[in-house]
Structures are given as structure tokens and as C-alpha cells.
Design a binder for this molecule. Structure first.
Ligand SMILES: [Zn+2]
Length: 354
């Protein structure tokens, strides 16, 4: 293998690893409450979208049902007409039979009667012709009725076929509806699961927060707000992403940002903004190396994407104490500090401190 082929191979391996790490980090990121809520919202939206499609399919099913009902009404009318025609045919048959039987009884074509009732040859010929015409007409009416019945039977057959087609297409739409419905229900279920998980995480956070508040009270520290809160870095840094809704750097979609991103050189010391009690110092999903410090008054601060951490959970820290060093760990696109401020477990604008 030549050098360029080797390099290409290494490049491919690195790309694959990058993709895997991105997937993993976004999976891990899903452990935080905010991301659960946002996932739940997405699942909920998907469910609504699908339920709308279920509604559309149901409207279509109803429209087809109307068509089927119309066809059935047409079929019923046709059947009634066929019955009527059958009766007419019977009547006509009887009429013809009567005439024929009279003729048989009275001799060929009822000639005796015709002859006896005729006063002269001309009248006789006219009368014979009338009898023949009556017979021909009777036969013609019968033939027409039989044709009519045949046409009606063909019509009924066609209508039944059309009804079958309609039922088939209705069945197809019903299947589509059922599929949408099943998917929608599944998304709905996922949404509920995510909400439950988010609530569970929120409850855990609240519990940790309450414990931290207790610890701070034991220490006689009501929080380090005396003299104001410190900026979490010794430098101003550059705010690369503000608090609130923003365009997601990974997905390009609009998403919620629960803190501020402050870009500064790698390794810049990160300081606790107040006296506090460390409730978490570990890898924390998309936040990478992360520290959470309760600072009293129901407030809690989160410092994410650290290169390394310089405190541990269950430790008291004083205002300005270095708790870690700026990095780009977790779900991060470059060296920056992600800083979130919570009030009773709910993120609020960090600038409310200053
Ligand atoms: Zn951030």
C-alpha cells in the first residue's frame, strides 16, 4: 500500500470515528432534562402531524363510503327495476300464451272466429292481418322486455364491480390510516416517556438542589451574592451564542439554548461566580466535563465543555475559586464555556446575575 492510499485509509477511519463520536455524544446529551423536553416536543409534533394524516385518511374513507352508499342505492334501484321487468315479462308471456291458447282452441290463428265475424272477404283479410299484427306486437313487446332485463342485469353487474373496487380502495386507505395511527400512537408514547424522564431528571435535580441548599445553610452561607456575582472567566471572552432560541450548530434547526456560550482560549481558568456547594463534577452528556454548583437562594450554576475539572461533588467552593479549565469537550464545536443559571431547577437568563 502506498503512502497516499494509507493516508486515505486513515482519513476514512477518522471520519467514521468522528461520526460515531457525534452520534454517541448526541445520545449521551439526551440524558439532560432540557434535551429530553426538546425531544419530547419533537415527538409530540411528529405525533400531531401523523394524527392530522389520520384525520385526512378518515375523511377520504368517509368520502369513499358515500360513493359506496350511492352505488348500493343504484344497485337496489336496478334490482327493483329488474324485478318489475320480470313481472312485466310474466304478464306479457301470459298475454301471449292466452292469445296463442285461444288460437289453438279455436283452430289455427283463431280463424274460425275471424271468419265468422267477417262480413265479406275484404273484412276477413283485414281481420286476419289485425290478428297477425297483434301477435307480432305481443312478441315484440316480450322481446323488448327481455332485452331490457338483460341490460339491467349487465348494469347491476357493473355496479357491483364498481362497488367492489370502491370497497377495495377504501380498505387500502383504511390500512394507510391504521399505519399512520400506529406510528402516531408510538410517537405519542415516546413523547410521554420523554416527558416522564425529563420530570424524573428535574425531580432529581431539585432534590440535589435542596440538599445543596441545606449544606449551604449548615455552612452558614446564604450564598455568595454579597458584593455581586463574578463573571465565570477572568477575561470577558466572546459571547458566541446567547440565551434562548438559536440555530442549532449541529442540526441547523431552531433550538433552545439554556445558557450562554463564552469563547475564550483553551485552558482559561473557570471560576465559581459565588460561594457555593458542588452538586456535580463529572462528564455530563453533551456538556462534556461539567460542574454544577449551588449558590444559594434556589440558584444553581452549570459550567460545561471544560477541558478539565478542578473540584469534586460535595465540596464547598468560594467565590472566584477555580473549578475547572475551559475546553471543548462534549457536544462542542470549539473552545468555549457553556454557562447556565438555574432558579429552582429552571434555567433563566444568566445575565440576570449581573
Ligand atoms: Zn452552550
Amino acid at each position: 500500500m502506498n503512502l497516499s492510499a494509507k493516508l486515505r485509509k486513515i482519513e476514512i477511519v477518522i471520519s467514521i470515528m468522528l461520526v460515531i463520536s457525534l452520534v454517541l455524544s448526541s445520545t449521551i446529551y439526551a440524558t439532560t432534562e432540557a434535551s429530553k423536553r426538546s425531544e419530547a416536543e419533537k415527538a409530540g409534533n411528529k405525533a400531531s402531524e401523523l394524527y392530522q394524516k389520520v384525520g385526512e385518511a378518515e375523511a377520504k374513507i368517509k368520502a369513499i363510503q358515500d360513493d359506496i352508499n350511492n352505488k348500493q342505492a343504484e344497485i337496489n334501484t336496478t334490482k327493483e327495476n329488474i324485478e318489475k321487468t320480470k313481472v312485466d315479462i310474466e304478464k306479457q308471456n301470459e298475454l301471449l300464451n292466452d292469445r296463442l291458447s285461444v288460437m289453438y282452441k279455436t283452430g289455427s290463428l283463431g280463424l274460425i272466429e275471424v271468419i265468422l265475424s267477417s262480413n265479406n272477404v275484404n273484412e276477413l283479410l283485414t281481420n286476419i292481418s289485425i290478428v297477425q299484427r297483434i301477435l307480432t306486437n305481443d312478441k315484440k313487446v316480450l322481446k323488448d322486455l327481455k332485452n331490457k332485463r338483460k341490460d339491467l342485469e349487465t348494469l347491476e353487474e357493473n355496479l357491483s364491480k364498481q362497488e367492489e373496487e370502491l370497497k377495495k380502495s377504501q380498505g387500502e386507505v383504511q390500512n394507510i390510516r391504521d399505519e399512520y395511527k400506529a406510528n402516531a400512537d408510538e410517537y405519542k408514547r415516546q413523547q410521554q416517556e420523554l416527558i416522564d424522564e425529563a420530570n424524573r431528571l428535574a425531580a432529581e435535580t431539585a432534590k440535589a438542589q435542596a440538599e445543596a441548599e441545606k449544606k449551604l445553610a449548615e455552612q452558614g452561607s446564604a450564598g455568595g451574592s454579597s458584593g455581586g456575582y463574578l463573571w465565570p472567566l477572568p477575561v470577558n471572552g466572546v459571547i458566541t451564542s446567547g440565551y434562548g432560541y438559536r440555530s442549532d450548530p449541529f442540526l441547523g434547526t431552531r433550538s433552545y439554548h439554556n445558557g450562554i456560550d463564552i469563547a475564550a482560549p483553551l485552558g482559561t481558568p473557570i471560576r465559581s461566580v459565588a460561594d457555593g456547594y458542588v452538586t456535580l463534577s463529572s462528564w455530563y452528556g453533551g456538556y462534556g466535563n461539567c460542574v454544577i454548583i449551588s449558590i444559594g437562594g434556589g440558584k444553581s450554576t452549570l459550567y460545561g465543555h471544560m477541558n478539565s475539572r478542578a473540584c469534586s461533588a460535595g465540596q464547598y467552593v468560594s467565590k472566584g475559586q477555580v473549578v475547572g479549565y475551559l475546553g471543548t469537550t462534549g457536544r462542542s464545536t470549539g473552545p468555549h464555556l457553556h454557562f447556565t443559571l438555574f432558579q429552582n431547577g429552571v434555567d433563566i437568563n444568566p445575565y440576570s446575575l449581573y
